[in-house]
Write a protein that binds this ligand. Structure first.
Ligand SMILES: Cc1ncc(COP(=O)(O)O)c(C=O)c1O
Length: 412
């Protein structure tokens, strides 16, 4: 659809004009105030139009808005320091980028340059960006998009994501089978890196969750076979999954981590690839990390303030508590509903999976929720990906849950 000269695809299909947004609410052009259960897809984690971040941007905009690639504004260096000091010690060299796709591109270039290997292993039906290499990570060659715009960059191998259901009795078995398959793929010692999220798929509507121990197993086997680990934290980062960063869920340190989205709460474009000094030193002359608009001083001011708020307010603790409450409440109310296959998630990233035995009514369901006062994203035909702002107040969260349940019951 082209609406008012803007191109929308079927996934991002136009819903309404967003006329105002504040905290956990957005307003449409009919003047309706909607509770937001999307955070713009894991972006506005600290609430829409956070005033502290707006203030930080204003201050920086009056000082300096740009520093070219061969220089650094002091605020860029300060942000690099603060961000890396919030991560495991080894991750201390940053590649500046404008978003998640670019950060992952930098990561892919870096691992190929470092290892001399070309193969990259990822998981089917995952999203890591819109470039030709990041699409190659998770898009099946059978997809209409792949056929229409391919070929993608060669050298990518896809594994099935080891999904478990809520309270899955087979969790250990799923992990064991996954581990065996992964070892088979890595044992030839020709895979440069694995790229994955922190045990949950956030970049794709499935919101599938992996067994506990997934990250540890990936880390153990990548080390064993000289493969690097790229952790894409574009969705899981910045308190979304009940920890400041998803890697903390299992206490692992990847060789590379990428962030974007929640980094600045939606105020400006920014992304980052962070790796070790050793890997950065060995690759910087070969990997050509250049980004004209990566880390503008204004973006860094917003990012610095965003990080400060997360750490000052321990936002991840509220995210963990609210996420457990949200999951428990949805389980209690909807577990036996005939439409529901499974409800699972980590922190404030919850997937409500519908049975696939009837034609998808996803668009009607989203519209109905909207009429009742709840904004939902179209994640895929059979899954709701629920990701409210992490600052949401309990009574607003309750009202949103109530509307969601009412909407599901209407269709069942
Ligand atoms: C997990 C994940 N990685 C990467 C990306 C790409 O980020 P961007 O849209 O900033 O390029 C996304 C975006 O949805 C994502 O969810």
């Amino acid at each position: 659809m082209i609406k008012n000269r803007i191109i929308y695809n079927s996934f991002s299909d136009y819903q309404f004009k967003l006329t105002k947004a504040q905290e956990s609410f957005i307003w449409d052009n009919g003047g309706n105030k909607l509770i937001d259960f999307t955070s713009g897809w894991n972006v506005t984690n600290l609430g829409w139009n956070n005033p502290e971040i707006a203030e930080a941007i204003n201050i920086q905009a009056k000082k300096n808005v740009y520093a070219p690639m061969w220089t650094a504004d002091p605020i860029q260096e300060e942000y690099a320091k603060q961000l890396t000091q919030s991560l495991p010690k080894a991750l201390n060299a940053v590649g500046r980028a404008t978003g998640g796709t670019e950060a992952n591109e930098e990561a892919i270039k870096t691992v190929r340059a470092y290892t001399g290997r070309k193969k990259i292993l990822g998981f089917k039906d995952t999203y890591h960006g819109q470039s030709f290499s990041t699409l190659a990570i998770g898009y099946s060659p059978d997809y209409a998009v792949s056929k229409a715009v391919g070929p993608f960059v060669p050298g990518f191998i896809q594994m099935n994501f080891p999904r478990i259901l809520f309270n899955d009795k087979n969790e250990l078995l799923v992990l064991k089978k996954f581990s065996e398959e992964l070892e088979k793929n890595l044992s030839k010692k020709n895979v440069a890196a694995i790229i994955c999220e922190a045990g949950i798929i956030t970049g794709w509507g499935s919101t599938f969750v992996a067994p506990k121990g997934f990250l540890k197993e990936v880390r153990k086997l990548t080390k064993k076979y000289g493969t690097l680990l790229i952790l894409d934290e574009v969705g899981t980062g910045f308190s979304r999954c009940g920890k400041l960063f998803g890697m903390e869920l299992e206490g692992i340190t990847p060789d590379i981590v990428t962030f974007a989205k929640g980094m600045v709460n939606g105020a400006v474009a920014i992304g980052v690839m962070i790796t070790t000094n050793q890997i950065a030193q060995a690759t910087l002359a070969k990997s050509n990390l250049t980004s004209t608009f990566g880390w503008t001083p204004v973006a860094c001011a917003a990012a610095l303030k965003t990080l400060e708020i997360h750490k000052r307010d321990n936002v991840w603790e509220k995210s963990k508590k609210d996420g457990e409450y949200l999951l428990k409440t949805l389980q209690l109310e909807l577990k036996n509903n005939p439409l529901i296959e499974d409800i699972n998630g980590i922190g404030m990233e919850i997937g409500v999976h519908l049975r696939k035995n009837e034609k998808s009514k996803m668009r009607e369901m989203i519209e109905k929720a909207g009429r009742l006062g709840l904004h939902l994203a179209y994640a895929d035909d059979y899954n709701f990906q629920i990701m409210p702002p992490l600052t949401i107040e309990r009574d607003v969260l309750n009202k949103g849950i109530e509307i969601f349940i009412k909407m599901i019951k209407f269709f069942s």
